[in-house]
Design a protein around this ligand. Structure first.
Ligand code: HEC
Ligand code: HEC
Length: 328
């Protein structure tokens, strides 16, 4: 009952135990130094791993909502090889596990940031825009770093990359250098101060991480996104599918969806008429939108609802006078 004995019941509060007969000012400063040393030795390294783990965890969340897995997974997670059919040929996204020979195990963080932000490989080669760096360039630097930390923490898989099957005229990557000007603007997402924080978060999720544009915005003949028709639908989407207009146009888009229906769609893929979205979008939802936090989902839905309605009927039968796509 040592502690009780130390109680100064008259003063009404416990007095700090004093070791031996030494006055406290002589014993405590070295004691505190010792404590600090013990803390540094024992706990500080733990704190570093804790922050690293936090970074990897944040990377996991970003990785999911950016849908990296869907293109880079065929038979083994992130080891590449899934065929990606586009109007320009079949691409086989590479192995992005940290395997030193077949994956990106030898890449520095700077190499990774350059690939995502500029579409250029560590060897200085151009990437084809089938790798949607056109959207990922808007991802913030901190988020790219978290993605890198997450990828480097995954198991390395020895799966060799398969070359793309492209028509002869696309054989050279140097062509991409001529394609980029006017079609690809590198740079992180620019915060719009005229809009709310929530709106900016939604815009960031849609245009940078979620890369909704890559499928929902029509492209010109050479595959550049037509930014005047942001999310107005695409008649020539991946796998040769039509991708619906998701602007708030009531005739050809989803203007008749209520905010609740919009949000519910991003949770389950259920449309207001009770049917479920098919094909690619259910994959996008499963891989990305369904894992959004509630706050992020609201931000995304409210951003999408704020977009100007654009009339564009992607399901229209061929009609060159109606279909402005025809001239692009
Ligand atoms: C729409 C499909 C698609 C999505 C989604 C996608 N990628 Fe890729 N990625 C590709 C293709 C295709 C290539 C190969 C491009 C080339 O060869 O020019 C590629 C290449 C890469 C490379 C270069 C690897 C190397 O060996 O040179 C990295 C790194 C990469 N992707 C990371 C990511 C990350 C991180 C994400 C998510 C933020 C992601 N990718 C999402 C299709 C995709
Ligand atoms: C890989 C291509 C792809 C990406 C990326 C993509 N979508 Fe889709 N989306 C589709 C396709 C294809 C459909 C139509 C599916 C069907 O046939 O039911 C669709 C359908 C939808 C619909 C339902 C529209 C309707 O009229 O039924 C909404 C809403 C939607 N997408 C929102 C988004 C949002 C928001 C994002 C970005 C977070 C996004 N999509 C990213 C391909 C994509």
């Amino acid at each position: 009952m040592q502690y009780k004995a130390e109680h100064d019941t008259q003063a009404g509060y416990p007095r700090l135990p004093v070791i031996g007969r030494l006055p406290s000012y002589r014993i405590y400063p070295p004691g505190m130094l010792l404590c600090l040393l013990v803390w540094l030795l024992c706990f500080a390294p733990d704190r570093v791993t804790a922050t690293e783990n936090d970074l990897v965890e944040r990377g996991r969340y970003l990785f999911n909502i950016a849908g990296c897995t869907s293109c880079h997974t065929h038979d083994q997670p992130l080891a590449g090889g899934r065929p990606l059919d586009t109007p320009f040929g079949t691409f086989y996204p590479p192995n992005i596990t940290p395997h030193r020979e077949h994956g990106i195990g030898t890449w520095s963080e700077a190499d990774f940031l350059r690939a995502l932000g500029e579409g250029i490989s560590p060897a200085g080669e151009e990437y084809f825009p089938a790798f949607p760096y056109t959207s990922y360039t808007r991802i913030s630097r901190a988020d790219m770093q978290a993605l890198y930390a997450y990828l480097m923490a995954q198991p390395a898989t020895a799966r060799a990359n398969r070359p793309h099957e492209l028509p002869w005229y696309l054989f050279s990557r140097k062509l991409v250098r001529d394609w980029k000007p006017g079609r690809f603007t590198p740079g992180h997402y620019a915060y719009d101060h005229a809009q709310s924080e929530q709106w900016n978060r939604g815009a960031y999720l849609a245009t940078a991480l979620g890369h909704c544009d890559e499928c929902h915005t029509p492209r010109g003949l050479l595959g550049g996104l037509n930014s005047n028709r942001h999310l107005a639908g695409n008649r020539h989407g991946p796998d040769g599918r039509r991708v619906p207009n998701i602007t708030m146009d009531s005739g050809t888009g989803i203007g008749y969806w209520t905010p609740e229906q919009h949000r519910a769609f991003l949770v389950s893929g259920r449309r207001p008429d009770g049917s479920y979205t098919g094909a690619l979008m259910s994959e996008v939802l499963a891989a990305s939108s369904m894992s959004l936090t509630e706050a992020d989902r609201r931000a995304l839905a409210s951003y999408l609802r704020s977009l100007p309605p654009i009339h564009n009927d992607v399901y229209y039968r061929f009609d060159p006078f109606q279909d402005r796509d025809f001239f692009e």
